[in-house]
Structure formats: structure tokens, C-alpha cells
Design a protein around this ligand. Structure first.
Ligand SMILES: [Cu+2]
Length: 117
């Protein structure tokens, strides 16, 4: 086999392997810290339909929750603990609010948004 043919075969193989691995791509990890009374970051950018893994860490002294109706997430996070939750970003661009569901916490500032592009 001549060199050119061999190189094109290698290129084809590399392309195939790349597309297979891209298809099973792991979710993008986003760390969000919860405390009295905020989310940090309060704005999270995502692409429509993007696979995400949210790592929610409660750095506060009270239990907090992470609630997103559109992304079907409702997770309690005890003080000092971390919770990991997988989700798919909405298919349509826009701002999607997330909040803490503990009474009074949203009003105190525990509110943020996914900004989907
Ligand atoms: Cu809270």
C-alpha cells in the first residue's frame, strides 16, 4: 500500500473514532454553590438541548433546594453536602428561572436563570 493511501485510511479511521466518541460525549459539568441566600453563579449559560451535569454544593448552614420546572429538577441539598444531577437544557432559547423551594428563600435572593442560546 502506498503512503498516500495509508494516510487516507488513517484519517478515515480517526474521523470515525472521533464521531463515535462525540456522540457519547459526557455531559458538561457546571458547579453551582448554594448558600443563604444566593446561587453562585446565578446565571448559567447553556446551548439548547445541551447535556449538563449540575454539581450543587450547599456552602450554607440551612438545607436548600434547587428547583427548575422546565428542566424537571427538584433536588434537596443538605448543609455541607453536594448533589449531582443530570439534565438536558431546554430546546428553545430563552431564560429559564431556577429557585430554592424552601419558603422565603427565593424572596431572600435564591433565584437564578439558565440562559439558553
Ligand atoms: Cu434555600
Amino acid at each position: 500500500m502506498d503512503m498516500l493511501r495509508w494516510l487516507s485510511l488513517v484519517a478515515l479511521l480517526a474521523t470515525t473514532l472521533f464521531s463515535v466518541s462525540a456522540c457519547g460525549a459526557p455531559p458538561r459539568e457546571i458547579a453551582i454553590t448554594l448558600r443563604e441566600f444566593s446561587f453562585a453563579p446565578a446565571q448559567v449559560e447553556a446551548k439548547s438541548g445541551e447535556k449538563l451535569r449540575l454539581v450543587l454544593t450547599n456552602a450554607g448552614k440551612l438545607t436548600h433546594t434547587f428547583v427548575s420546572q422546565e428542566m424537571k429538577i427538584s433536588r434537596d441539598v443538605e448543609a455541607g453536602k453536594s448533589e449531582s444531577v443530570e439534565a438536558i437544557a431546554p430546546g428553545q432559547s430563552g431564560d429559564y428561572t431556577f429557585t430554592c423551594g424552601v419558603p422565603g428563600h427565593e424572596a431572600a435572593g435564591m433565584r437564578g436563570a439558565f440562559v439558553v442560546k
